[in-house]
Write a protein that binds this ligand. Structure first.
Ligand code: ATP
Ligand code: MG
Length: 350
């Protein structure tokens, strides 16, 4: 069986360091590993509209922002097909057929969707489109016969939902669709990077992000005002590193080389954490080191991004070509789906 990746992001904002460690960095590694027959990266504008339908301009503007983030991080359009979801109308048609294979109760039980409904205050006025977005995600994944979906932890319920729909479809209509597997980051801290405010998830919609495009000054300002351990009041107090976002970010980004360059009094993060835990290490020093690490990590991405941003029409060209290529693949899957369902009434007339 071919090894195929499908993954993507909602153009609800620019991409942040949570996306980078949770999914984007892995995608670039997988892309360059040469192990995959095909890689599809989708900018999920139709999905972003499910909770931004009153602001399509925002979604439109963020399509190019997300594409710039991709290319700046090393996504290569010669190796990966980058496309815009709404251009591939077949995905909507697949969604419509898959909707019959899911109950309302099942969708309402999805823990990620549940949390998002609460976060968006949709309890009393839930748009149908929002509730059904896991079904459209199944269409996105299966249209490309994806075997592998590199995602952050919050997407696991979506993958489970997709696997259930695939099994139902194949049981009812015959073996047609491929069951996908999620690939999570290996580093535990990257599964769900917290926000700079200490909230459980850094999220475009919560405004607690360090963006890949942030200027050096913005990065510094955000790092220096980060939430830490609220009980670590005096430098001499013992501190908590486990729930402290500054240490979680260091877990995700700091290497021993960074210590050698910027903080040689420690050889490793383990040593630094031990010091903080027993007391005697101040938050300021931790933040200064974190700032150095973040500056070094983000500087090349930002520089490349600024270069690419000079030619936005070239970004739209790339997206158009990717979207056309993606559409051809999805159309093929849709015709197989219709054949399996025996609703391909006019196939012979074509
Ligand atoms: P929104 O708030 O609009 O849903 P988001 O920040 O959750 O935005 P998505 O586009 O929904 O971003 O998610 C894109 C990918 O990034 C998914 O694979 C998701 O799991 C991953 N991801 C998002 N936020 C984080 C995070 N804080 N840590 C790790 N991975 C993340
Ligand atoms: Mg999300």
């Amino acid at each position: 069986m071919k090894k195929i990746i499908l993954t993507g992001d909602r153009p609800s904002g620019k991409l942040h360091i949570g996306h980078y460690v949770g999914s984007l960095k892995r995608r670039v590694e997988l892309q360059n590993s040469g192990e995959f027959d095909k890689i599809y990266i989708m900018i999920a504008d139709a999905q972003a509209l499910t909770d931004n339908f009153d602001n399509p301009e925002k979604v439109r503007a963020n399509i190019t922002e997300v594409a710039l983030d991709y290319l700046a991080c090393g996504i290569d359009p010669n190796k990966s097909t980058v496309f815009v979801q709404s251009h591939v109308a077949e995905l909507t048609e697949l969604t419509f057929y898959y909707m019959n294979l899911v109950t309302l109760a099942r969708l309402e039980r999805n823990p990620t969707v549940k949390a998002e409904i609460k976060q968006k205050n949709y309890e009393l006025s839930l748009p149908m489109g929002f509730l059904t977005y896991p079904v459209s995600q199944t269409a996105d994944i299966t249209a490309f016969k994806a075997t592998t979906v590199p995602v952050g932890e919050d997407q696991l319920p979506m993958l489970e939902q997709a696997r259930e729909i695939v099994r139902s479809f194949n049981n009812l209509y015959g073996e047609t669709l491929v069951e996908p597997k999620a690939v999570l980051p290996e580093n535990k801290s990257c599964l769900r990077l917290p926000g700079t405010d200490g909230m459980a998830k850094m999220s475009k919609s919560l405004g607690n992000c360090i963006y890949l495009s942030d200027s050096a000054d913005e990065i510094k300002r955000k790092v220096m005002s980060m939430y830490t351990d609220p009980n670590h009041l005096k430098v001499t107090d013992p501190g908590d590193t486990e729930h402290n976002p500054t240490f979680i970010y260091l877990d995700a980004f700091a290497t021993d080389d960074h210590f050698a360059r910027y903080l040689p009094e420690y050889q490793s993060l383990a040593e630094m954490k031990a010091h903080y835990e027993r007391g005697g290490l101040g938050d300021m020093k931790v933040k200064k080191f974190l700032n150095a690490v973040m500056q070094e990590t983000l500087e090349p991405i930002r520089t490349k991004r600024e270069e690419l941003a000079k030619d936005i029409p070239a970004i739209w060209d790339m997206l158009y070509q990717g979207s056309e290529a993606a559409r051809a693949v999805a159309a093929q899957t849709l015709s197989e789906v219709k054949k399996s369902m025996r609703i391909d009434y006019f196939a012979e007339r074509k």
